[in-house]
Design a protein around this ligand. Structure first.
Ligand SMILES: [Zn+2]
Length: 418
């Protein structure tokens, strides 16, 4: 799909870089405030399925955003997350609300800043508090992505103080379900993304400062096997083993891993029962990563033809349920320009930013699929994400905020002067 209205022509100028430097220096003096904001957000448990916690975190973020004077503050209900129950039936789980803040919705140039409220740590997990060790915060979600949310607040706040920034319309969309695939937020992201010309996401940067460029697509698929039970001693031959069919299916699908950009991982198998009965039910669940849209088509075709062939040979009924999919995000000329801009500003600030391709996926994938050019990991430098070793580097808040603010300013100027 063609990317919308982002004009990559034009050149950067020194005064802008001086502005970025001044902003980074000014934020350096408020680093304690920034640390307090990250800690406040991270100490509210907002595991994806902790609806009350996610909503509390959204309300806290809205309070922290009050100095931005947004024109619109909305808590948006999103669609439920779909999961598969023990019997292979789809079930729906209600999620918390997304937070949507906007300003100058009628501006000709609009940017979509995006992030998420949720973390991978449920309400009963032991990892709930934030500890500070010098310039490092250690705690749940400090990097992924509450540190990034604070960076976005400071970047957006700065826009009103610059000539070009005052002409920028912005949307700050923070979803409640990113860690479980943003299934319920896709419509909101598509609506907001299609109204903007540039997307900047606050997923964490790597500890080195590198950010994501291209990302693989990610698919979740469940294969459900229904065979025929029978007593092992009396009538084994009359049974049709769901587990045996599942094991063949897993083996053949994982054979597709050999070479290319396709990654197939069977992460869970459920099923069976008493050991003296031929098992008539099993579920094999996969996460699949694809480099290109062609890989995506290929794996969908291979999966359904494998299911048909095994159903015929084993007499076990096989149903394939594609629960969620994020398309691959590929490099483009407009993305290369953004990466070059980010690298240039980062170098000036002594915080180099290099774009690297990754196998991980995020909301940036879905936004790219709507045609919105975006960089999605302009958040805090950190690491150990999704683990109890999660940490964030506070020293990156001033520089990353300045990089975001001046990427927006630069893009706005180009848009108006093209
Ligand atoms: Zn994240």
């Amino acid at each position: 799909m063609e990317e919308r209205r982002y004009n990559p022509a034009g050149s950067s100028d020194m005064s802008r870089h001086d502005g970025a430097l001044a902003l980074a220096e000014q934020l350096q003096s408020t680093i304690e405030v920034c640390a307090g904001e990250v800690t406040a957000l991270a100490e509210i448990n907002s595991g994806s399925f902790n609806v009350a916690g996610v909503d509390r975190c959204g309300e806290r973020l809205a309070e922290l955003a009050e100095p931005l004077n947004p024109d619109v503050v909305e808590f948006v209900a999103v669609d439920p997350t779909i999961t598969l129950d023990e019997s292979g039936n789809r079930s729906e789980t209600q999620m918390g609300h997304a937070l949507r803040l906007s300003k100058r919705q009628d501006a000709p140039f609009r940017v979509c800043v995006f992030g998420h409220l949720d973390t991978v740590f449920p309400a009963d997990h032991w990892f709930q508090r934030v500890e500070r060790h010098g310039d490092v915060l250690r705690g749940p979600g400090v990097a992924d992505c509450k540190g990034g949310l604070v960076i976005a607040l400071h970047a957006l706040r700065h826009l009103d103080r610059t000539a070009w920034g005052q002409q920028v319309g912005w949307e700050f969309v923070v979803v409640p379900d990113e860690e479980v695939g943003s299934h319920g937020s896709k419509a909101l992201l598509a609506e907001v993304g299609s109204a903007c010309q540039l997307g900047l996401g606050v997923e964490p940067a790597l500890p080195t400062g590198d950010i994501a460029a291209a990302r693989k697509g990610s698919l979740t698929v469940h294969a459900i096997f229904r065979g025929k039970p029978s007593h092992v001693g009396r009538a084994h031959a009359e049974g049709r083993s769901a587990i045996r069919a599942a094991s063949k299916f897993v083996d053949r699908l994982e054979d597709l891993n050999e070479g290319g950009g396709l990654t197939v991982n069977c992460g869970a198998v459920r099923g069976g029962g008493p050991l003296n009965v031929v098992p008539d039910f099993a579920i094999a669940s996969f996460n699949i990563r694809v480099l290109t849209d062609q890989d995506h088509l290929k794996i969908v075709e291979e999966t359904s033809s494998l299911a048909a062939a095994l159903t015929a040979s084993t007499e076990v009924d096989i149903t394939i349920d594609w629960i969620a999919a994020r398309p691959p995000k590929q490099r483009s000329a407009a993305m290369e320009t953004l990466l070059a801009d980010a690298a240039e500003i980062g170098t000036r600030l002594g915080d180099p930013v290099i774009g690297r391709d990754t196998g991980g996926s995020c909301d940036g994938n879905d936004l790219a699929a709507t045609g919105l050019v975006n960089l999605d990991s302009l958040g805090i430098r950190g690491g150990g994400i999704h683990s109890e070793d999660e940490f964030a580097d506070l020293t990156s808040i001033p520089t990353r905020s300045a990089i975001m603010a001046y990427l927006i300013e630069q893009a706005a100027e180009r848009h108006h002067t093209k």
